[in-house]
Design a protein around this ligand. Sequence first.
Ligand code: SF4
Length: 380
Amino acid sequence: MFCSNNSGLYIHVPFCSSKCNYCDFNSYAGKINFADNYFKAMKKEVELYKEYMKDYLIHTIFIGGGTPSVVSERYIFEILEKCKTCFNISDNCEISIESNPGTLSIEKLKAYKKAGINRISMGLQAYQKNLLKYLGRCHSHEDFSASVKNARDAGFENINADIIFGIPGQTIENWKETLSYLISRGINHISAYSLKIEEGTKFGTMEKEGSLVQVEDELDREMYHYAVDYLSEQGLKQYEISNFAKAGYECKHNLTYWKCVDYLGLGAGAHSCLKDVRFSNEVSIEGYIDYLKHGDKPVYENIPLELTDKMSEYMFLGLRLTKGVTGREFFLRFNQDLFSKYKASLEKLEKKGLIEISGDCVKLTSLGFDLANQVFVEFV
Ligand code: SF4
């Protein structure tokens, strides 16, 4: 079948075994009893998009959460089968699933493999037990090692680990130990995030009460720069602000977001951007199931994108990538000259040392990566 458009597909699984202290994702502990109705609802949602998606070819699928690995592998298998029946999926589609160490048995991983999943993402977050406990994580690095071994035994070689720096109490030595541990496990993709204290989380409350003090910026940046240098020496090149990979293991799904390719999000709270409209789903599990019980798309917000929105998004998402953006690609997409359109902003940012312009290409400098938000607001 001829498909004129490319897209990504995101599948949200909002169940977790417990809520981590820093987490503000749309995830719920103690609601796994909804899983059966939730996946039934999601199959209906897939059907509702069948016609709409018929001229799209899906190149990447990301099953995220929540913790998709806490639900039975049967649900994952069935929802992927449903998507394969209703949507056009490319033959070499990257299919990732998020998981937590300790939830990945060899049987589960073999079932994932059979379902077509070819990339496993695991939330390690930190090597040290005291830090894992502080974050509210319910696994150890031994669980992580066992899960990596199981994943390899089941035939997975594309494995990502998520880790966090800037945790109160975390030392630079702790951080180095976490990174070298991942290298010793042969992990080929690492996402390293600076801890953000969000309102509505346990850490948010602790900060308000004064029992949590965020780490100094200086230490946060020292950890970040150490990761950039160390991982690069180990063959995992930085390709985005928070992402590092061996050559050929960059996450294709996340690249669709940063390159502003269309994507459909399924599940509670999932976001989509298709045909110049951004829309998001009902957030609660119960509400999401209810919409679909009545045969309705569970969409609660639709935002049509103007040309200016699309151009600014293209800039601030594209600049997250170490490759940056090029005038040529910008012109092909918008039929406008990037350097005239953003002349004043580009001059200002270049003067501040936050971006560098070389020939047709604009990218962040090392300082720009540290102060990325200052760059992005220029394009909003
Ligand atoms: S496992 Fe992930 S999604 Fe679930 S509570 Fe922890 S951080 Fe949030």
